[in-house]
Design a protein around this ligand. Structure first.
Ligand code: CP
Ligand code: NVA
Length: 299
């Protein structure tokens, strides 16, 4: 296992299964009142340059349940927001805390923080990747089907951070993955290069949904892309998970959405409601999957 969780392509299939197994165990223990204070006395710094509900709350609650402490640090209120170099921030953090979770724009910032702090660093979302989300997604899908290998997964919509990580995670877990997106909205070139012929890219959402066991989508405009929202909406309008598309999928298919969702855009309200149990379990599993990551990296 790597020292940090910066992006999923740094992990092996065995690493991912080790995290998922630990997550299942911690979920069971939490539900059954079995304490697991394996990070007693440890502190996680959580640096946020973007908004968050799930990531912030699940990391903070997770750290508490593991017996440790989490510090919420808005980048705006840190000197980093006034130009203090990441390198110096990292070196200071090393003197105070045992791990860092960061949500920011540039993937390079997360990678630099890991190099200069020498601490376990967890990527809580960048423009490039959202590895914690994919771990929770894989956990949810595995809970539902009891296995991952050979499942047909598709991602419909913008080839963004969530898509990038989901493609890598699906391939590492031997799922068949198809992405349906408009031209110019494909996953990141590095992901396409890493994936090679293991990812199928189509511009036809119906082709992707055909016989799918898992249908995944995310917002058309990610944080930081608000000014382009109108153009993006036009480009992506056909890439919606709706009742027509669901008819093509496997009869026991599940829908996943990282949330927040925009009903009537990337997913219709009826499909969201019909699959809300799986979607909110996915949100819950952020807690268990991230506790596993922290227990493994910081324990
Ligand atoms: N899915 C997810 O990361 O949600 P938040 O932006 O609320 O953290
Ligand atoms: N792609 C979205 C995910 C939010 C959790 C974004 O980056 O805003």
């Amino acid at each position: 296992m790597t020292r940090s969780l910066l992006k999923l392509s740094d992990l092996t299939k065995a690493d991912i299964h080790a995290i998922l197994n630990k997550a299942d165990q911690l979920k069971f223990e939490q539900k059954n009142g079995i304490e697991h204070r394996v990070l007693a006395g440890k502190t996680l710094a959580m640096i946020f340059s973007k908004s968050s509900t799930r990531t912030r709350v699940s990391f903070e609650v997770g750290m508490f349940q593991l017996g440790g402490h989490a510090l919420f640090l808005s980048a705006n209120d840190l000197q980093i927001g006034r130009g203090e170099p990441v390198e110096d921030t990292a070196r200071v953090m090393f003197r105070y805390v045992d791990g860092i979770m960061i949500r920011t724009f540039a993937q390079q910032e997360v990678e630099d923080l890991a190099v200069h702090s020498g601490l376990p660093v967890i990527n809580g979302l960048t423009d490039y990747a959202h590895p914690c989300q994919t771990l929770a997604d894989l956990m949810t899908i595995r809970e539902h089907f009891a296995y991952l290998e050979g499942l047909n997964a598709c991602y419909i919509g913008d080839g963004n951070n969530v898509c990038n990580s989901f493609v890598v995670g699906s391939i590492l877990c031997d799922m068949n993955i198809t992405v349906a997106c408009p031209k110019g909205h494909e996953p990141h070139p590095d992901v396409l290069k890493w994936a090679g012929d293991k990812v199928k890219i189509t511009h036809d959402p119906r082709e992707a949904a055909e016989n799918a066991d898992v249908l995944y989508t995310d917002v058309w405009s990610s944080m930081g892309q608000e000014s382009d929202a109108r153009t993006r909406m036009e480009a992506l309008s056909k890439y919606q998970i709706n009742a027509d598309l669901m008819k093509l999928a496997s009869p026991d298919a599940i829908v996943q959405h990282c949330l927040p969702a925009h009903r009537g855009e990337e997913i219709t309200a009826d499909v969201f409601d019909a699959h809300s149990e799986a979607i909110f379990t996915e949100a819950e599993n952020r807690l268990h999957a991230q506790k596993a990551v922290m227990a493994i990296l910081m324990g």
